[in-house]
Design a binder for this molecule. Structure first.
Ligand SMILES: Nc1nc2c(ncn2[C@@H]2O[C@H](COP(=O)(O)OP(=O)(O)OP(=O)(O)O)[C@@H](O)[C@H]2O)c(=O)[nH]1
Ligand SMILES: [Mg+2]
Length: 610
């Protein structure tokens, strides 16, 4: 179970500063501020422990429809979180104002990545900023939920996410409303939701349910449910469930349903998080820790039943009140802050050391890209396991599992990066998110394009990956790319030889190919050599520049170099009375072998002048 400090670090790490055009010191500074903000967020309520701090903050800000409103809310929150962040009169305190603005900008941009392609939603600020990804990943994985699979499939078919999620959640709410109103405990809520969601299969369920409540010939439903139902009926308005995407912007009537479902889900997540933190059976979020309802929610007042469920306080006074009712124990908070700050400092130190190590070594970044299921992660793990994982028990050594420094058999150290798998026909709505993750590839020194050659679709998959790469902003088509034909253990007979011809791609970046089996560990030597050679020939990470004097008695060494040894490039040579006087660039492997022939610059000049 990670400590709050670790969780905060992870939360800050999840936000890739490069997406916001920040790198180096500026990014570090911003990250530090984010961490501090999250830290104060966490310590604000002694009961809060750590939940999805950044998401919570963002959700609270994004409820506001305009950026100005959102920023006002942000300032309000920040001033409550940490008196040091803002002056009492509400103006920014000098040393932190830039950083607070930056964090806000970051939150807004983080939401923008997702919202760009989801602009059809009325309340897109609040909802799409965190809903789709969060919902799908957290909610769906938390519940063994058949409807989530259905939802994913529909998404992949290109259906708009904004039509599906609320339908499913609303159907679940309707289905379990009677039970929910009686609940007092988070575990029970989860149990009830789980049960009802597992029955919900499509958005049509909602239509059926709504209809049932709309025309209660004989009122079969308990009054609370009918109340919730008719509220939903009113607020669903013109938004017909399960229909094709609207061409024009939907009228605001669907908004309240959105607010309702998101709010509901949000408060449920708080319970999840608590449960995850071992706060089993924690009471449902109370009025003070629950989120205030967004303003857009109140064209029609929510029914009493729902108010009871969440104990929502909709009065303006309470909307502003995010503190717990009782004042937090200041000395406890102080101690907590001190302890967590210390832990964070430690984390930062380790991070900085790691980064320094990487920068100092100037490690080339080698990215594994490829179609989903190609075997990227398997290869990553296999290569990383070949070296002893240093400082294993060190804090956060494996926190960032998508990047690992790996020493190739030849001695060269590289930074290996795993990326998200590509898929064909990526729905437009998801492209932005995927792209954001893939932007890392742009900074890569070398690409290992992993292909599952046992797939009959291999050729199409390669084409799709190449196309997606080219569409990435700032991608350099000249970035060298090695085709890594994986899973050759699955090939039969002469298939492996045929492969060489059938899968050659005339792409400017592709510099070579190797056949491997990531699972069985075959072909790794050839792969390492290919990486080494490519780095040397096609990148600035080339290699050591060396001055050599090879005596004629060792002319075999010289002959090997001349025969087109890919590990050594001769830049200049002279045949002197002492032997071959050479100036070469050598790979890491070759450098070690040639070390005994190396001469100093001074000696080189003297011998050359003789
Ligand atoms: N037979 C065989 N199976 C392999 C090989 N490499 C990977 N696999 C299997 O292929 C499946 C997918 O491997 P992953 O490493 O998860 O693939 P990935 O490219 O990371 O997939 P995404 O993360 O979805 O993009 C796993 O079941 C692996 O065990 C191989 O060389 N031979
Ligand atoms: Mg993977």
């Amino acid at each position: 179970m990670p400590s709050p400090a670790q969780l905060i670090e992870m939360d800050a790490m999840r936000t890739n500063m490069r997406h916001f055009g920040l790198s180096g010191a500026a990014a570090e500074e911003l990250k530090k501020t984010v961490q501090e903000l999250l830290l104060t967020w966490q310590t604000q309520e002694s009961e809060r422990e750590y939940t999805q701090g950044l998401n919570e903050l963002m959700a609270l800000c994004l409820q506001k429809r305009t950026k100005e409103e959102a920023f006002a809310r942000f300032k309000e929150l920040v001033s409550k979180l940490h008196p040091g962040f803002l002056r009492t009169n509400g103006s920014m305190a000098e040393p932190v104002d830039m950083a607070v603005c930056a964090v806000f900008e970051m939150l807004m941009k983080k939401s923008k990545v997702l919202t760009d392609h989801l602009h059809r939603v009325d309340m897109h600020f609040y909802l799409t900023g965190f809903m789709p990804g969060w919902f799908l990943s957290m909610f769906a994985s938390e519940f063994a939920w058949p409807a989530s699979e259905h939802l994913c499939n529909r998404l992949l078919e290109g259906e708009a996410i904004d039509r599906l999620v609320p339908q499913l959640v609303a159907a679940a709410i309707l289905r379990s409303a009677t039970e929910i109103v009686k609940l007092e405990d988070a575990d029970d809520l989860i149990r009830v939701l789980k049960g009802s969601l597992s029955e919900v299969r499509t958005g049509q369920d909602l239509e059926a349910l709504v209809k049932e409540i709309e025309e209660p010939v004989e009122p079969t439903l308990p009054p609370e449910v009918a109340e919730v139902g008719s509220f939903l009926v009113k607020t669903v308005g013109s938004g017909k469930a399960g229909k094709a995407k609207p061409k024009t912007k939907r009228p605001g009537s669907g908004r309240s349903l959105w607010c309702l479902t998101v709010f509901f889900v949000q408060s449920t997540f708080v319970s999840f998080a608590r449960r995850g933190l071992g706060l089993q059976g924690a009471p449902l979020p109370s009025a003070t820790s629950a989120l205030p309802l967004p303003k857009g929610f109140t064209p029609t007042s929510p029914p009493a039943a729902l108010l009871r469920v969440h104990e929502i306080a909709d009065s303006p006074k309470k909307v502003r009140m995010l503190r717990p009712a009782k004042q937090p124990d200041k000395s406890l908070m102080k101690r907590k802050i001190a302890a967590t700050t210390k832990a964070l400092d430690e984390v930062r130190k380790v991070r900085a050391q790691q980064r320094e190590r990487h920068f100092e070594l100037g490690l080339p970044i080698v990215s594994l890209v490829g179609y989903t299921n190609a075997g990227k992660s398997t290869l990553m793990n296999a290569l990383a396991q070949q070296v002893e994982v240093k400082a294993k028990d060190r804090l956060f050594e494996t926190l960032d599992p998508t990047r690992r420094s790996v020493t190739l058999p030849g001695g060269r150290q590289i930074m290996l990066a795993d990326t998200v798998g590509f898929i064909q026909r990526l729905p437009e709505q998801l492209v932005a998110g995927f792209r954001a993750t893939l932007e890392e590839v742009v900074e890569t020194t070398l690409i290992l394009h992993v292909v599952d050659v046992s797939s009959p679709m291999a050729a199409q998959q390669i084409a799709s990956v190449l196309k997606t790469l080219k569409r990435l902003r700032k991608f350099k088509p000249t970035t060298p790319q090695i085709m890594v034909y994986n899973k050759v253990d699955r090939l039969e007979g002469d298939q492996a030889e045929q492969l060489e011809q059938s899968l050659s791609y005339p792409d400017p970046g592709i510099v070579g190919h190797v056949q491997i089996s990531a699972l069985k560990g075959t072909g790794f030597t050839a792969l390492s050599e290919a990486i080494e050679e490519t780095l040397m020939k096609h990148t600035d990470f080339g290699a050591a520049s060396m001055r050599l004097l090879i005596p004629y008695t060792d002319s075999a060494v010289y002959a090997k170099m001349k025969s087109g040894d890919s590990q050594v490039k001769i830049n200049s040579e002279a045949h002197t009375s002492d032997g071959y006087l050479l100036q070469v660039t050598a790979s890491t492997t070759a450098e070690r072998m040639l070390k005994s022939f190396e001469v100093s610059e001074e000696d080189y000049e003297i011998i050359a002048a003789m």
